[in-house]
Design a protein around this ligand. Sequence first.
Ligand code: NZQ
Ligand code: ZN
Length: 388
Amino acid sequence: MQDFDLYVPTHIVFGKDRISGLKDAVAPYGKNVLLTYGGGSIKKIGLYDKVIEQLKDFNVFELSGIEPNPKITSVREGVRICKDQKIDVVLAVGGGSVIDASKNICCGAYYEGDPWDLVLDCSKVKKALPLITVLTLSATGSEYDCSAVISNSETNEKLPLFGTGILEPKVSFCDPQYTFSVPRSQTIAGAADIMSHTFETYLVKEGNVLSDAMCEGMLKTVIKYTKIAIEDPDNYEARAQLMMVSSFGCNGLLAIGRTPSPWVCHGIEHEISAYTDITHGYGLAIITPHWMSYSLTEDTVDRFAQYGINVFDIDKNLDKMEIAKLAIAKTSEFFKSIGLPQTLSELGVTSEHFEDMADHMLSHWMPVETAIRPIDKAAIIKILNDSL
Ligand code: NZQ
Ligand code: ZN
């Protein structure tokens, strides 16, 4: 059993119409609220009006247009509003991109320099405005963790921002009804993202009975309910199951007592997104089976075989290596069956920047030697080429 730290101070308010508690959740933090959102989906589903109704006794300022793979330029604008208007609390309404940008805004509000500095050096994150979120897309787990991912188009970088004990939302409202309108394209991207968060944690050198079972439960939930959600987008139970598992992907709960993981697929995907702005979940769905194939060896076969037996019900009497290979094939098949892209080429990605991506990942990402099968530059380029 490995030592671990787990600190997740967010209050999750989950269920139908719980937005009625928003006013009381915001009130303790002050009157000046910065409402952040994306390109307009919250207006189409009537959520914007519900939020404004809750905030009628507050001074509300707005930052809209936060883009998928949120850009530092949006963060800078949010920080400017916070400083100019003496904002007391930030309310993020949207998916992971809106929540992530808002986290950088919250800590940028207390920082004298450019908020990108905080992404480049997270030790500078000392203090942040309180953040409250209303989640509209099940995917990243940003509603229940201390991290964000911010892109800088000028430098072709997409990097994580961490702030344990500082950047976690105070309260996250998770009403599955707000995800009925999520289009198929984003529902499947979200499914791939939730599964990837789980694989990154599950497929490590050493696990334990409890966290293995949690990971396997996460995977089985996504496999079962994504198909229902894409066929019947207003199915509350399916949307609720996906929303629940999305929140547990990134906050460390799944990782308790396990050996560390350097989240290799995420490291590679962020490099691709930094250059090409592809959808996060698409990149992960393409890379993951190739990373799994690279990682499968005689030393790691037990873990992959366990995955195959416990998640896909593969016959445990088969040869272990055969079970492991079948499990990887079934992972690809599932991604394909829900309509996820299979190759980077389909998304217009070429090998032009693969060398730069591998170099950048190795100098800016977590130590990849701790992966279930250690990774080096050649391995990153192999996984990228296999994914083309
Ligand atoms: O901008 P709007 O109009 O809101 O439209 C969004 C956007 O176009 C739309 N959408 C969201 N909710 C909707 C909806 N459309 C209809 N109905 C709704 N209810 O979906 C599109 C994508 O939204 P986005 O927020 O970008 O998606 P997601 O939640 O998947 O976030 C992706 C970002 O999160 C980062 C990713 O790298 C990427 O930048 N991640 C953040 C993590 C974290 N903070 O812990 C971890 C993840 O691994 C991930 O890296
Ligand atoms: Zn992710």
